[in-house]
Design a protein around this ligand. Structure first.
Ligand code: ZN
Length: 247
């Protein structure tokens, strides 16, 4: 794979790289997308039956069990070479911020330090009533769902459901990171759900070079300065080796 020398220069000299990742990066580790995971016992459900505040209020035990099954599936999965390449770039560059739409924690597992989670994290839990984050002990109580020890409310998975706003602080920091970045990687995401989908556009409008990495064409290609076709687990390690041959 040959890379544009201009891209290699930009990467080597980057002061702040923002890496925006989506479902494709997790899928390469073997994590099924939400829709693909609706198989077997869960095949009769639609995402909106399981991943909305309304669904949780209607049948909290069922929604809790669904997430328990997702967590069990994710627990057996490891970061892939794409996650590891991003973590290595974090050590080579002055500053790197990962902005992810994935909830599996695989960027942190690969060693990435600064990870902003726009859709929360499936390994955490919060109280549906008071919003505080639950301790692992609270979440391990033998109840479906377990209850908040602060207010008695029901615990819920710490992910963003359909129809919910993005976590305000993670979003604020993401916009700030994009405003500060001089290079922006858009990796494994074709999602056009706003406001997250506006980040590549924002980067481009601020004069930041945008690199699109995806096996297929996506709407984000329109704002890309460089388009690299392929899986992130193949493209990113090669890009890193080309830019930092001695690393
Ligand atoms: Zn509570």
């Amino acid at each position: 794979m040959n890379f544009d020398p201009d891209l290699l220069d930009k990467l080597r000299n980057s002061r702040h790289l923002a890496v925006f990742t989506g479902a494709g990066v997790s899928a390469e580790s073997g994590i099924p997308t939400f829709r693909d995971a609706l198989a077997g016992l869960w095949a009769k459900y639609r995402p909106e039956d399981l991943a909305t505040p309304e669904a949780f209020l209607r049948d909290p035990a069922m929604v809790w069990q669904w997430y328990a099954s997702r967590r069990a599936a994710i627990a057996a999965i490891h970061p892939n070479p794409g996650h590891h390449a991003i973590a290595r770039l974090g050590q080579l560059l002055r500053r790197l911020t990962v902005i992810t739409q994935n909830v599996d924690g695989l960027h942190q597992a690969a060693g990435s330090g600064r990870v902003l989670e726009l859709h929360g994290n499936i390994h955490r839990n919060t109280c549906f009533a008071c919003g505080r984050e639950a301790t692992p002990e609270e979440a391990a109580q033998d109840a479906t769902p377990p209850l908040c020890q602060g207010c008695g409310g029901m615990l819920r998975p710490g992910v963003v459901w359909f129809g919910e706003a993005l976590p305000a602080e993670a979003w604020r920091q993401s916009v700030e990171a994009v405003e500060d970045a001089d290079l922006f990687f858009c990796v494994g995401t074709s999602s056009l759900v706003e406001p997250a989908a506006s980040l590549p556009r924002l980067a481009r409008s601020l004069g930041c070079a945008v690199v699109q990495i995806n096996p297929d064409a996506t709407a984000h290609d329109a704002v890309a300065d460089f388009i690299l076709r392929g899986k992130s687990g193949e493209v990113l390690p090669r890009l890193l080796d080309a830019a930092f041959p001695a690393a």
